[in-house]
Write a protein of this length. Structure first.
Length: 345
């Protein structure tokens, strides 16, 4: 194992993350939800949304951007739609409530659409889409965020990374899940590259002067991320601003009215309202098998995460040394016992 990586059992890492959050006045139940979400991201191989987020979340508590004790609630319902307020608490709790509400609405009406306002960073959208898929639903989630991305043809920060996720059920408790930012790279992944001293891929960011760059530090000096796929990613990002930002009251990222949160819209569709669920799942499996048979390198969306999760549940979750050191510093500040060398490290 690389000496720059620590390896922990998922349960151990989840407990450590929960304890750090609880020590910062986050209620135990909320701390457990957030820690579970972060570790699930690490298990899936998406460290950009994993435990490296603990310190930024705690910093946002200090600045008042996250209200640690806030409890999200459904504030209105109309037919197959609902509005959830996150009360500026942790976005993971708000997103879980929204996904559950969307699922209930879909069961009653065939479709459920929930807009989430006053919502902080929710983590991986694919987590919630995948949960809905396991209920026999097709799910789509979009969210807008703080401005970090330049529009196609520009270099100023005008758009969020504006992720979206889709998921549908497969057999045996699996799902096809696709979760991606409309930026060419997620900010969290750029942060991991910076911490590792590694360059960014070409074509994902510009420096403060608008020049192409592969230095992750240029983004944090005031540069901007770029949309993926040129005008295609840009167009998707614009629409996510107009749906995620405006239906939730969050505002578009570059607007003076933007409230600094994460405007999220969750849509759930009851597959059985259209076709028998068993038939649908059987056809999904047939299609996935045909895709994999078309070439030795072909995988279906959701499969890499499922494989990584299974492997890391058995062997442990790797935590990069800079992230481990940062968490240790946070623990020392909060008076939380912290292991010098985690099991397997």
């Amino acid at each position: 194992m690389n000496a720059s990586v620590r390896v922990l059992a998922a349960d151990h890492l989840r407990t450590l993350a929960r304890d750090l959050l609880a020590a910062a006045s986050v209620p135990h139940d909320t701390a457990a939800v957030v820690a579970e979400s972060l570790v699930e991201a690490d298990l899936a191989g998406h460290g950009s949304h994993g435990v490296r987020r603990v310190k930024p979340y705690l910093d946002r508590i200090q600045t008042g951007e996250i209200v640690p004790g806030a409890v999200p609630e459904v504030v209105s319902r109309r037919g197959a739609t609902a509005v959830v307020s996150g009360r500026r608490g942790f976005g993971q709790a708000a997103a879980r409530l929204a996904a559950a509400e969307a699922g209930e609405l879909a069961a009653a009406h065939g479709v459920g659409v929930v807009a989430v306002g006053e919502c902080n960073h929710v983590g991986r959208l694919g987590e919630y889409a995948g949960t809905l898929a396991l209920r026999g639903l097709a799910a789509q989630i979009v969210g807008n965020a703080d401005p970090t991305v330049a529009p196609y043809g520009g270099h100023r920060r005008m758009l969020g990374t504006n992720p979206m996720a889709w998921a549908v059920p497969r057999a045996n408790g699996a799902a096809v899940v696709m979760d991606w930012a409309t930026a060419a790279i997620a900010e969290g992944k750029l942060g991991l590259l910076l911490a590792a001293g590694s360059p960014a891929p070409p074509g994902v960011l510009v420096d403060p002067g608008g020049r192409p760059s592969t230095d992750p530090a240029d983004f944090y000096r005031g540069g901007a991320l770029l949309p993926f796929g040129g005008h295609k990613g840009y167009g998707l990002s614009v629409l996510i601003e107009l749906v995620g930002g405006l239906l939730t009251g969050t505002g578009t990222a570059c607007s003076p009215a933007y409230d600094g949160t994460f405007g999220t819209v969750v849509t759930a569709v009851d597959i059985a309202a259209f076709v028998p669920l068993d038939d649908y799942v059987a056809q999904v499996e047939s299609f996935c098998a045909a895709l994999r048979a078309s070439g030795p390198e072909v995988v279906v969306p959701g499969e890499p995460e499922a494989r990584t999760r299974a492997e890391r549940l058995g062997k442990g979750v790797p935590v990069p040394a800079p992230v481990w050191a940062e968490l240790g510093e946070v623990a020392a500040r909060l008076g939380v016992p912290w292991p010098d060398t985690p099991p397997g490290g």
